[in-house]
Design a protein around this ligand. Structure first.
Ligand SMILES: Cc1cc2nc3c(=O)[nH]c(=O)nc-3n(C[C@H](O)[C@H](O)[C@H](O)COP(=O)(O)OP(=O)(O)OC[C@H]3O[C@@H](n4cnc5c(N)ncnc54)[C@H](O)[C@@H]3O)c2cc1C
Length: 370
């Protein structure tokens, strides 16, 4: 059995921000991440689909520093280069299958959506670099939390199937409340209202899937297209230019097909339909991508809970996320629990900073009482 002052559950943006802030404050912590990689919903891959230092964002790709200063400030502090989403040129609207797509001059987006050079994964790499590597435990799924003598005992299952236990003074759960409610055993149990709040909070974007077509060059720009398209025909209702800062050309779209239907159709059929749509909109050159990428977040058990598959929507504000016997030991810090930017990258930064401020206050109070 090992001991730590603070156990952080989850190595997405919120968990890593909590780690960074605790480390800066000189508080001892261990972070436990179920997957064998950091980043959570942030996932940047290369043309083969493997995690990459420069590539395509299968999860979030945009942030809005003017509207969401929390993420803008963090990106600036970490010194990460950014660039604006490419949107110069015409946009296309597909209204129905029996009429050709219509083309309109695009409007300049205000405020502009910004992207990170190298992809959103650059943020995760930079954050991970601010804390000692040995504090980040990958392939370590927390399966239960139990309260004993004013400390929390965590059970951790490793990828090799082995289990071990860790004691912590405080726990920061930096993951979607629904995942917490549906996959973790808490002893003593939660009051019914807290349990219901966690279960009813949708995980932002969990029911969605993204498709990418990678090309040798951004041919649509030559023809005056921005790469932006909207469609009521599908399968992608929304399409954008996904060309990287280093010039790797790509288009991406969100799938407008339900999670159940996507599972039934399978990736190959969906990819074929997506490429056919790109040909309808951008012409014959779109027919031969040198690679395609597909990520269905609804099929990823560390992001989507069973109840996320049908229900979408933004998480709602809650004044208190933990009531009852856990109120003094457990803090929720995932993006969904942010008071002002719930679901967004900015929300993950805000919610985790708020949780760390409270942990520091609690630990100081304990010191004073001793
Ligand atoms: C397709 C898509 C597009 C998006 N686009 C945007 C965008 O353009 N702009 C924007 O601002 N936001 C966007 N988002 C939302 C953004 O990705 C999230 O707000 C943010 O990444 C959430 O970070 P988080 O750390 O709170 O949660 P997560 O990234 O979900 O991290 C939680 C972590 O906890 C881990 N975990 C789960 N269970 C356990 C367990 N039992 N034990 C240990 N670890 C566990 C998970 O593996 C995961 O790593 C998008 C999301 C998706 C899926």
């Amino acid at each position: 059995m090992t001991d730590t002052q603070v156990a952080i559950l989850g190595g997405g943006l919120a968990g890593l921000n909590a780690a960074r802030l605790l480390h800066r404050a000189g508080v001892e912590f261990q972070l436990f991440e179920a997957r064998d990689r950091l980043g959570g919903r942030i996932l940047t891959v290369d043309a083969t689909g493997g995690p990459a230092d420069d590539g395509f964002d299968l999860g979030p790709s945009w942030f809005w520093p003017l509207m969401q200063p929390a993420i803008g400030k963090l990106v600036e502090e970490l010194g990460l280069p950014v660039f604006a989403q490419s949107s110069d040129g015409d946009v296309v609207f597909e209204r129905m299958s029996r009429e050709p797509a219509q083309r309109y001059p695009g409007l300049r987006q205000e405020p502009q959506s910004m992207r990170l050079a190298g992809g959103s994964g650059a943020l995760i790499r930079a954050m991970a670099g601010t804390v000692p590597k040995e504090r980040l435990c990958l392939g370590s799924r927390v399966t239960s939390l139990s309260l004993h003598d004013d400390r929390v005992q965590l059970t951790i299952r490793r990828l090799d199937g082995g289990e071990h236990r860790v004691n912590a003074d405080q726990v920061v759960a930096a993951l979607p409340p629904r995942i917490l409610a549906e996959t973790m055993a808490l002893s003593p149990g939660l009051p019914p209202e807290t349990s219901a709040l966690w279960r009813e909070t949708p995980t932002w974007m969990a029911p969605h899937a993204k498709f990418f077509a990678l090309y040798d060059r951004p041919f649509w720009r030559d023809a005056g297209y921005s790469g932006t398209a909207q469609s009521m025909v599908g399968p992608m209702p929304e399409i954008h230019d996904a060309t990287t800062a280093s010039g790797e050309a790509a288009l991406f779209g969100f799938l407008g097909v339900s999670a159940a239907e996507r599972r039934r159709l399978g990736e190959a059929a969906l990819a074929e339909a997506c490429v056919a749509q790109l040909v309808r909109i951008f012409g014959a050159e779109a027919a031969a991508p040198h690679a395609t990428l597909y990520k269905d977040w609804a099929a990823d058990p560390y992001t989507a809970a069973a109840s996320d598959l049908n229900a979408s929507g933004h998480p709602e504000f809650a004044a208190s996320w933990v009531e009852g016997p856990w109120a003094d030991w457990l803090l929720l810090a995932g993006s969904e629990t942010s008071p002002s930017e719930a679901g967004y990258l900015a929300g993950a930064v805000e919610a985790s900073a708020k949780a760390v401020a409270e942990v520091k206050r609690r630990l100081r109070t304990e010191e004073t009482l001793r």
